[in-house]
Design a protein around this ligand. Structure first.
Ligand code: ADP
Ligand code: MG
Length: 326
């Protein structure tokens, strides 16, 4: 009832073989005389060999280095999704990590951007932020002149999944960027050079509506809002949506709302069920039909620095994140 019929997150992203079928390889049409016909056939043979060779090379390249695969189309750009809510504890980080893992499982090249100084996403992938030579604060605050974004990006143990890690020093952004020129555009400018390299860029935001989440919403094509099915989170949602409306008018009119995803949902309690009903009635076009159930395994997985898709691949939470991605 009242469920959204929005398309899945990865709608529109095609397979990764990069092939174009037999387009452009025609028979020897329009030739008169045997010389012309044989020249036409030779040309067609060479062209068809070239197409086959290109496909084989792409196959080889994708086996050696998944990140080196060609983009799906010549005009391909990443879809940038900000995962934001000014409330804390609504599973923003959990959703970024597990949706990212699920999209990567489908063969998409995914970059996670940890834009929260708490660095929970970075730690959630088993990476110690203090062990890294560079992190996102070095780019945002320009602490290392000449550093390029690709130097700060880390590959993870999960195929196709990379992360731009965070560090507690990013907390200085709020005060340091206060008087900066184009301060809302910093992340968008940083991401520009790598947009063709990934199918999806997912940005995990801190629980505020300060300068960092504003940067995420300015850089993003879409906003995914995780919300828990408890009264406080439900009440805060209206305020968030009002802010997003104002934000769109001023900074990013093209920003779309992917949807509201209900997370950490306890369908066994009456309160949980009532809150879900209330959310669906209040936001019939935005609340996504996929609901992420509550499971203690999710907390265990983040404590162990693993995604739930790695820790318990077949759990209902993993399945729900897969549904969200597909
Ligand atoms: N589906 C779930 N079931 C149980 N616990 C969850 C679930 N999703 C998230 N959590 C837990 O809720 C807490 C807050 O999640 P987190 O992703 O850190 O929220 P946020 O990033 O919005 O602050 C974490 O301890 C996390 O493990
Ligand atoms: Mg978080």
């Amino acid at each position: 009832m009242g469920e959204s019929s929005r398309p899945p997150i990865s709608d529109g992203v095609r397979g990764v073989d990069g092939s174009h079928g037999s387009d452009g390889v025609h028979g020897g049409h329009g030739s008169h005389g045997s010389d012309a016909a044989s020249a036409g056939r030779t040309f067609d043979t060479i062209k068809s060999d070239a197409v086959q060779l290109e496909r084989s090379l792409q196959n080889v390249a994708s086996h050696i280095c998944p990140e080196c695969r060609p983009s799906h189309s010549p005009h391909h750009m990443s879809k940038i999704i900000a995962i934001a809510n000014h409330a804390g504890g609504v599973a923003k980080t959990t959703t970024t990590l597990n949706l990212g893992h699920a999209l990567a499982e489908l063969g998409n090249r995914v970059l996670l951007v940890d834009l929260d100084p708490q660095a929970s996403l970075t730690e959630g992938l088993g990476i110690d932020p203090f062990s890294l030579p560079y992190a996102i604060h070095d780019l945002v605050l320009e602490t290392k002149p000449g550093l390029v974004i690709t130097e700060a990006i880390q590959k993870t143990d999960i195929p196709n999944l990379s992360i731009l890690p965070s560090h507690i020093d990013l907390a200085q952004a709020e005060s340091q960027l206060f008087s900066e020129y184009r301060r809302e555009q910093i992340l968008a400018d940083l991401l520009k050079p790598i947009l063709g390299l990934y199918d999806f860029v997912l940005i995990d935001c801190q629980p505020s509506l300060g300068i960092l989440p504003t940067n995420a919403l300015t850089a993003a094509d879409e906003l995914l809002i995780p919300v828990t099915s408890d009264p406080k989170a439900v009440r805060g949602l209206k305020q968030l949506l009002d802010t997003v409306t104002r934000f769109r008018r001023k900074l990013n009119p093209a920003l779309k709302i992917t949807g509201i995803v209900v997370t950490n949902h306890d369908g066994r309690t009456q309160l949980g069920r009532q809150m879900l009903e209330l959310l669906r009635e209040g936001h019939p076009h935005d609340v996504l039909s996929v609901v992420i159930p509550r499971s203690v395994r999710t907390q265990e997985s983040s404590a162990l620095g693993k995604s739930i898709l790695t820790y318990q691949p077949t759990s209902p939470v993993s399945q729900a994140y897969r549904q969200l991605s597909g």
